[in-house]
Design a binder for this molecule. Structure first.
Ligand code: AMP
Length: 287
């Protein structure tokens, strides 16, 4: 497994692979790898000949006061996990490599970024879109794999790829969960034992919502109310948002009669966690 730290070297390696007719699969991450990330690596593996994993904690997607400086990092551990999972190359650039002196450009995807994490983390998706576009130009993938865990992020990237005619496919992988249902996240490492236990309510409330919808409840207000009540019952929880949005535009909807995402962001102590469930009324499936 190669460790590549510069854009030029990454582009050279990918160009060589492409000249040999090899298909490149790409999984962008901020590191501190867990089974959620590794599941995406396995999807990329199944769709391509070469798998590149990037590990880069992108400063431009963090607002002032967020957890950039304390974001968990352990490159040696990540390296071992990536090698085990069959990654061919890790792209691990420095901040000065990604944002050299004089950097002035950004990518803004409109509308789809207005709600949910877009409104509670101003500038977040501009940072995400810009870094993903840069990573795509460095890695030159045929396919990039994102997690449904960050559903709005995946939708923003799909929109950007379409709007800017990028020649790559975006694939999303399902949310990987801990045994009690908590979605795996590098940020779970911040949780105290009490917060960790109480955080299971996120998935429990989404399952309860799913049960209500299956019984015929179509009102977003009713669904949101039930989720909010369940979360409010946990002493360390503070709701950032609980919202029902259209699965493509990410605009809030009042009824669940077309594909929708039930999305939530909740602080447990100082740690902000997100989770969501995709609901497709026609097939009655959720994920
Ligand atoms: P991150 O390192 O948190 O920026 O995540 C990198 C990628 O892994 C993103 O596409 C996430 O959506 C995805 N991811 C994070 N957690 C999970 C999870 N529990 N299940 C599936 N994918 C995930």
């Amino acid at each position: 497994m190669k460790i590549i730290r510069t854009v030029g070297e990454m582009q050279g390696a990918s160009e060589q692979d492409r000249m040999q007719g090899l298909r490149i699969g790409f999984v962008p991450t901020m590191g501190f790898l867990h089974e959620g990330h590794l599941s995406l690596v396995r999807i990329a593996r199944s769709l391509s000949d070469r798998v590149v994993l990037s590990i880069y904690v992108n400063p431009t997607q963090f607002s002032p006061g967020e957890d950039l400086s304390r974001y968990p990092r352990d490159f040696e551990r990540d390296e071992a996990l990536a090698a085990d999972a069959g990654v061919d190359a890790i792209f691990h650039p420095s901040d000065s490599e990604m944002y050299p002196e004089g950097f002035r450009t950004s990518v803004r995807v409109r509308e789809i970024t207005e709600h949910l994490c877009g409104s509670s983390r101003p500038g977040h998706f501009e940072g995400v879109a810009t870094v993903c576009l840069k990573l795509f130009h460095a890695v030159k993938p045929h396919v990039a794999v994102f997690g449904q865990k960050d559903a709005q992020q995946a939708a923003v990237i799909r929109r950007m790829v379409k709007d800017l005619d990028l020649d790559l496919e975006i694939v999303t992988g399902p949310i990987v969960r801990e045994p009690d249902g908590l979605a795996m996240s590098s940020r779970n490492a911040y949780l105290s034992p009490v917060e960790r236990k109480q955080a299971a309510v996120l998935h429990e409330s989404l399952k309860t919502a799913e049960g209500l919808i299956r019984k015929g409840e179509m009102s977003a207000e009713v669904i949101k109310g039930r989720i909010q009540d369940m979360i409010a019952g946990k002493s360390s929880a503070r709701i950032d948002y609980v919202e029902v949005v259209d699965a493509e535009s990410f605009k809030p909807v009042s009824r669940l009669d077309s594909p929708a995402v039930i999305a939530l962001a909740v602080f447990f102590g100082k740690t902000r966690l997100i989770d969501n469930m995709l609901w497709r009324p026609v097939t009655g499936t959720s994920r």
